[in-house]
Design a protein around this ligand. Structure first.
Ligand SMILES: Cc1ncc(COP(=O)(O)O)c(C=O)c1O
Length: 363
């Protein structure tokens, strides 16, 4: 048999969301996707590019990077794009981590973070969230040493949906030594009511060691194409990312779609508004049932099952065609993470949850 190396053997496997052979239509609320199809002009941009697919993509994604630079008023040399923001995370880890180096992040947070340490042989320092399920920045700062190369802050946090005000993060970054690259993962920042996404940008001028990581997968509804980006306080970050990954990693259609999507900020605002309406609806409905959630600043809720058997609830939802993510797969058993869908999908989730809870025994 083939053998994997020790680093690969250390990578935690992320369980794929279960799908159930129901025949009926599944309600997919497990991956924090957007229920809205891409903007019609984005689809047109994809069609326009389709006939150029006999050529490799632009390796430096010039149009997309210049649009991002313009939109966020940062130098284009500080902008990297990736095959999803995941690729940028992986490349940053490969560029900066190695055995003897350390990476600090909160836990539970995005399921990819433990992979970064395992893949590179670095030491992962996982700092528990506080009782409100938020990042404990003081505790994280205490874990930073001369060996720390990367500190990750997920704001809003996946899976707990909580966010911290950007001023707190500003002070946190200021308190850390400059040799530490702070990656502020803002995959869901557009959905937060605590800040305007643009409020993070001035931090880049104050902290050259800061990187804002964002994605076209969530509010822009383009996760099927894979495009993410990073805005860094320096030009070195992009150089490192580009050195370690394969060329042409962001495909032509993804580049064209993302560049077009950026021009439709009115659509972003509409989607954020519609998501906020569903967030309020789902959280109020759950509260009315006595089901606790954190204060969500994202496009999903983190639901405390109040001692009920998580597997039973997952099974109950699954057999009714509703797919959510189990807390145990995300570092916290006894929870589920549910993405907001359309109103009809959210109602189907709530109905299925009522039935699943009635069937699930308390543990
Ligand atoms: C916190 C966080 N960061 C990054 C990502 C990666 O997104 P993508 O690679 O699709 O840009 C996700 C996806 O779920 C996420 O939840």
């Amino acid at each position: 048999m083939i053998e994997f190396n020790a680093r690969v053997r250390a990578i935690p496997e992320y369980p794929a969301a279960d799908t159930y052979e129901l025949g009926g239509e599944l309600v997919k609320l497990a991956s924090n996707e957007s229920p809205f199809a891409p903007h019609p002009q984005v689809l047109e941009a994809i069609e326009r590019q389709a006939h150029t697919l006999n050529r490799y993509p632009d390796p430096s994604a010039s149009l997309l990077r210049s649009r991002l630079a313009e939109r966020f008023e940062v130098p284009a040399a500080h902008v990297s794009v990736g095959n999803g923001s995941c690729e940028i995370l992986l490349a940053a880890a490969q560029a900066m981590l190695e055995p003897g180096a350390e990476i600090v992040y909160a836990w539970p947070a995005f399921s990819m973070y433990p992979t970064l340490a395992a893949l590179t042989g670095a030491r992962a320092i996982e700092v528990p969230l506080n009782e409100r399920q938020e990042h404990d920045l003081e505790a994280m700062a205490r874990e930073v040493t001369a060996a720390t190369r990367i500190v990750l802050v997920c704001n809003p946090n996946n899976p707990t949906a909580t966010a911290l005000p950007i001023g707190r993060i500003d002070d946190f970054v200021a308190s850390l030594p400059r040799h530490v690259c702070v990656i502020l993962d803002e995959a869901y920042v557009e959905f937060s009511t605590l800040q305007d996404p643009d409020e993070s940008l001035p931090l880049l001028e104050r902290h050259p060691n800061l990187v804002l990581l964002r994605t076209f997968s969530k509010v822009y509804g383009l996760c099927g194409l894979r495009a993410g980006y990073a805005l860094a306080g320096n030009a070195e970050f992009r150089r490192g990312v580009d050195l370690v990954r394969q060329p042409f990693s962001v495909n032509t259609l993804a580049q064209a779609a993302a560049a077009e999507a950026l021009l439709h900020q009115d659509e972003v605002a509409t989607r954020v508004e519609r998501t906020a309406i569903e967030r309020l609806y789902v959280e109020e409905e759950l509260a009315a049932r006595g089901v606790a959630t954190t204060d969500s600043q994202a496009n999903f809720s983190w639901v405390d099952l109040g001692g009920r058997d998580e597997r039973e609830v997952m099974r109950g939802l699954g057999t009714r065609g509703v797919i959510v993510r189990a807390g145990s797969a995300l570092g916290s058993e006894g929870h589920i993470r549910v993405t907001y869908g359309t109103r009809a999908e959210n109602d189907r989730f709530l109905r299925a949850l009522d039935e699943a809870l009635a069937e699930a025994p308390a543990t």
